[in-house]
Design a protein around this ligand. Structure first.
Ligand code: Q46
Ligand code: ZN
Length: 311
């Protein structure tokens, strides 16, 4: 098997593109896919400051690496959830990467849930009687947005890949979550003051391609999933989509990219979303961040946790 680009020995086959690549051509292919995503979805420009949410996993570390290699100004933001050995290992991967790139300028910001919210994520979820992942989602979304706004970043970037987006789309379609479908896209504009713009520059790359990118470019990452992820519905959707992809390469791409194409044709959806958001959003009475109710979900969660502690 030879590289489609330079005819030397290929190290990876990409069936959905009918291609095979050597290490150099594969790295160029990955960079090119991210450049196309950034440009076609109007994510950010050369002068923008980007805050990348890093978890220690392959996707987010690959994203940070790619953005830096493409010449963008990107810093990292890590939320330490306090999940025993998993958090320790993931943090050490993030720190290792951040230390290696620090001489070039990028900084790493860390938010530690045990310190800032007063308990690790599992304990906190138990206190507020909510599932761990939904508690975790509320805290991560809130703190990531807050960090981006308070530190004056132009945009927040996450490492969601094609598999994540296709699985999320499948879930939204299966349950006809129309509100979520409307908001699912690689770019979510900064609809109101206090809400940072959010982008997903890896939506054109699969999980397997990102793992290969890390291995070939010697980026160390945590292989284990978060222990709380087991049994999550998204994993089932991913399995189903993988089955379809094996039988018919390109399925995930047709599914998700096709959806984006339809969204684009329907309207300039981001403008419509921003208008809709602007009419719904107001300032949280407790912390001042934008929300659709009187008090934002983070402040409600923390108030409940404090009531539990007070007994
Ligand atoms: S980190 Fe948090 Fe995920 Fe772990 S606790 Fe659940 S939501 S599974 S992306
Ligand atoms: Zn609030």
């Amino acid at each position: 098997m030879n590289c489609t680009k330079c005819k030397t020995k290929a190290v990876i086959k990409i069936p959905r593109h009918h291609a095979a690549f050597c290490k150099v051509s594969f790295t160029n292919f990955v960079h090119d896919q991210v450049t196309r995503a950034i440009k076609s979805e109007k994510m950010f420009g050369r002068g923008d400051r980007i805050l990348v949410a890093v978890s220690g996993g392959k996707d987010s570390l690959a994203l940070w690496d790619i953005l830096l290699k493409l010449g963008y100004k990107a810093d990292g933001f890590y939320v330490n959830l306090g999940i025993g050995g998993y958090s320790e290992r993931s943090y050490s991967m993030v720190r290792k990467f951040a230390e290696a790139v620090a001489p070039l300028g990028p900084a790493l910001h860390t938010h530690t849930v045990e310190q800032e919210e007063g308990a690790g994520i599992k304990e906190l979820a138990h206190m507020v009687h909510r599932p761990t992942c939904s508690t975790c989602g509320t805290i991560k979304r809130y703190q990531f947005n807050r960090a981006a706004v308070e530190r004056d970043y132009d945009v927040m970037a996450t490492g969601h890949n094609l598999d994540d987006e296709a699985a999320r789309l499948l879930g939204n379609v299966l349950h006809w979550q129309e509100d979520y479908l409307e908001k699912q896209g690689p770019t979510l504009p900064a609809s109101v003051e206090g809400f940072a713009k959010k982008v997903r520059p890896l939506y054109r790359l699969s999980e397997r391609e990102l793992a290969a990118y890390c291995v070939l470019n010697k980026i160390e990452y945590i292989i284990d999933e978060c222990p709380m992820a087991q049994g999550a519905r998204t994993l089932l959707y991913k399995e189903v989509l993988n089955r379809l992809e094996t039988e018919s390469p390109g399925t995930k791409q047709y599914f998700y990219w096709g959806f984006l194409e339809k969204q684009r044709r329907k309207q300039s959806s981001s403008d419509a979303m921003s208008e809709k958001d602007q009419t719904l959003l107001r300032r949280c009475g407790t912390c001042g961040q934008p929300t659709t109710s009187e008090v934002c979900s983070y402040c409600k969660l923390m108030a409940r946790a404090r009531r539990e502690v007070a007994g």
